[in-house]
Ligand binder design. Structure first.
Ligand SMILES: [Cu+2]
Length: 113
């Protein structure tokens, strides 16, 4: 009896882990308008992203060829990290949305070489 309850508890915990726990995503910080390619002439990717964001585009996370929305980019701490890492290859600790189209960021760091 006790064992049975314990077993189902574990099953619930395992099922929950798919969406609840943060994972590490590898990619780069971009903006929604440009996505994978920055086309502003004479500007670096970082400058392009800064300009796009200033003109109303949001930051986005580029994972492979997928552009993910960043759900909490208006969070002060996240926003300053995004500005710092615009255009960089980064590792993001965060949680993917259930539809896989966006991510909620916990922290951003440069990958170790
Ligand atoms: Cu841009």
């Amino acid at each position: 009896m006790t064992r049975k309850i314990f077993g189902s508890l574990i099953a619930v915990l395992l099922a929950g882990s798919v969406s609840v726990f943060a994972e590490t995503l590898k990619g780069s910080i971009t903006d929604k308008m440009c996505g994978a390619k920055h086309m502003m002439e004479g500007k670096s990717d970082a400058e392009c992203i800064a300009a796009c964001v200033k003109h109303g585009s949001g930051y986005a996370f580029l994972e492979g060829d997928k552009v993910l929305d960043i759900e909490n980019q208006n969070d002060k701490k996240v926003a300053s990290e995004l500005a710092k890492h615009a255009g960089h290859e980064v590792e993001v600790a965060g949680t993917r949305s259930s539809d896989g189209k966006s991510v909620k960021i916990d922290s951003i760091k440069m990958p170790k070489k």
